[in-house]
Design a protein around this ligand. Structure first.
Ligand code: G3P
Ligand code: CA
Length: 498
């Protein structure tokens, strides 16, 4: 599906696009038609090991509009949620001596990678593994969930989303990404048909389904756009789409984001998913500058813009949004979100969906009033709205804005090196400093029973899979947090009771 707009959850064909009026608003819902989407990136991966049912469930309960499973294939052709097919960094496979002989080296997307690969495991074998935190030094609090959760199938993710939607009385969206499609095609495990089959099984291949399909490659989503009735998003990374590279096509992502390139994308897709640095480029000191033309150019041809990846920690932010010197401490996320909302993005992938939702509420409360940004991101949205009303008047200027020039990935942290462990498309900062992350967990608190229900299921899964005292203890603590967590406004911080 392409060149269309989703308004209030329904697909509406649009007229000619104009730069001044974005024609393709991929919207939140009928009551909030013009607010950016919040997409739970790998679930709520700031708080739980990524791509687990617990991570997706928490994202939904933190208010995400969509959850995002990255998809790869098992040996027996089942789609499972992992960011890459190598699973040594996000599961306990290295501890499973029975799989030691599966360790191997492969060339994936032109890069030599050693480890264990999903395509060498049946689903039954994968189900004996447990997820682990990808960034234990950045998010040490998440390590207590290591060993508790299975690698979920896409089918299980769709089941969860359906259950949570029913429970909440609102339709939660799902935003699957096909990972390494050229590689999986080459080994006879194409991702496309299983993806379509899973969507059909859940009655989600229909025009008004809240589903986006995304990929960094181009060929597979071109083909899928003819087969599926849901919107397609062309992800934009660094370098070139691997399928083009493999075919000897010289085009790069930079070519794809010219006005001509975007026009071409609009023939098969409904939006683009660029790294956030392409919308707010950074100067030589790593601060954001004035917005690029990308949002306007995309909107001019009917493409929505969903940026990745918003994360609360300093190390993932431009220097002007960082607070203090600890790269793992929380930065000024509210100002960062606000800057991107002001730049006109239609959606944000976020590791911390609660922050994204609160930032959106604050931005909406002050939209069009020239209100300065919040000075304290810890304030809740109600407080922010009050603050906005009492300080309104002056027009906020991004303090880091100066000029457009080159990007330095990790300025401000002298020991930082590029590469966050988040995949080559998503450059971040990796720093040697092992300071502990602030163990502050936001949790949706529409009612405490919801949270207790989540945590009861977490505990049940843990009990079903392990008798390890530390894991059981973590489950029990999580349960208690749901029962006894302090309520702060309408939000609760479970870590305060742990
Ligand atoms: O799909 C949007 C964003 O998730 C892309 O980056 O590497 O996290 O899949 P990655
Ligand atoms: Ca992704």
């Amino acid at each position: 599906m392409a060149a269309s707009a989703l308004v209030s959850g329904a697909v509406v064909l649009t007229g000619p696009a104009t730069a001044s009026q974005p024609p393709s608003q991929i919207t939140h819902g009928k009551d909030r038609p013009d607010e950016p989407l919040v997409i739970g990136h790998r679930g709520a991966s700031g708080y739980r090991p990524e791509h687990t049912l617990a991570s997706y469930r928490l994202a939904i309960r933190l208010g995400a509009d969509f959850v995002e499973p990255d998809l790869v294939s098992t040996k027996d052709g089942v789609l499972v949620a992992r960011h890459e097919n190598e699973i040594g960094g996000t599961t306990d496979v290295a501890d499973h001596t029975e799989f030691a002989d599966r360790y191997t080296t492969k060339t994936i997307d032109g890069r030599s990678i050693s480890g264990w690969f999903t395509e060498d495991f049946t689903l039954a074998e994968l189900k004996t593994l447990r997820a682990t935190e990808r960034l234990p030094e950045v998010r040490p609090a998440n390590r207590r969930y290591d060993g508790m959760f299975e690698v979920p199938t896409f089918d299980e993710v769709l089941d969860l989303v359906a259950r949570e939607s029913k429970h909440r009385g609102e339709v939660i969206g799902v935003y699957p990404e096909t990972k390494h499609p050229t590689h999986f095609d080459s080994i006879g495990l194409s991702l496309d048909q299983p993806l379509v089959d899973d969507l059909k099984r859940h009655h989600l291949n229909r025009p008004n389904a809240r589903v986006f399909i995304q990929s960094f490659e181009t060929g597979n989503i071109r083909e899928l756009s003819d087969e599926v009735k849901v919107p397609i998003i062309q992800l934009i990374g660094g370098g070139a789409p691997y399928d083009l590279e493999a075919a000897g096509d010289p085009r790069t992502y930079r070519d794809l984001t010219t006005p001509e390139g975007l026009k071409e994308i609009a023939t098969y897709a409904d939006g683009i998913g660029p790294g956030k640095e392409l919308v707010l480029p950074r100067n030589e000191s790593g601060a954001t500058t004035t917005p690029s033309d990308l949002v306007d150019d995309a909107h001019a041809v009917g493409l929505a813009v969903h940026i990745y990846t918003m994360r609360d920690e300093n190390r993932f932010m431009a220097t002007n949004f960082r607070r203090g010197t600890d790269p793992n401490a929380k930065g000024d996320a509210f100002s960062e979100y606000r800057a991107f909302f002001e730049a006109g993005v239609d959606g944000v992938f976020s590791d911390h969906p609660d922050t994204a939702v609160a930032a959106r509420e604050a931005w909406v409360a002050g939209r069009g009033s020239g209100i300065p940004p919040p000075t304290d991101w810890r304030l809740n949205p109600t407080q922010l709205a009050v603050e906005a009303r009492t300080t309104g008047g002056s027009t906020w200027q991004n303090p880091g804005a100066s000029s457009r020039s080159g990007v330095q990935p990790c300025p401000g942290f002298p020991d930082a090196v590029p590469g966050s462990g988040f995949g080559h498309q998503d450059p971040g900062c990796e720093v040697g400093d092992d300071q502990r992350a602030e163990a502050e967990h936001g949790a949706d608190h529409h009612d405490q029973a919801d949270q207790v229900g989540v945590d009861a299921e977490v505990g049940r899964q843990a009990a079903a899979h392990t008798s390890h005292p530390a894991v059981v203890d973590a489950a029990l603590q999580t349960l208690r947090s749901g029962l006894h967590g302090r309520v702060l406004g309408h939000r609760m911080s479970p870590s305060e009771s742990l």
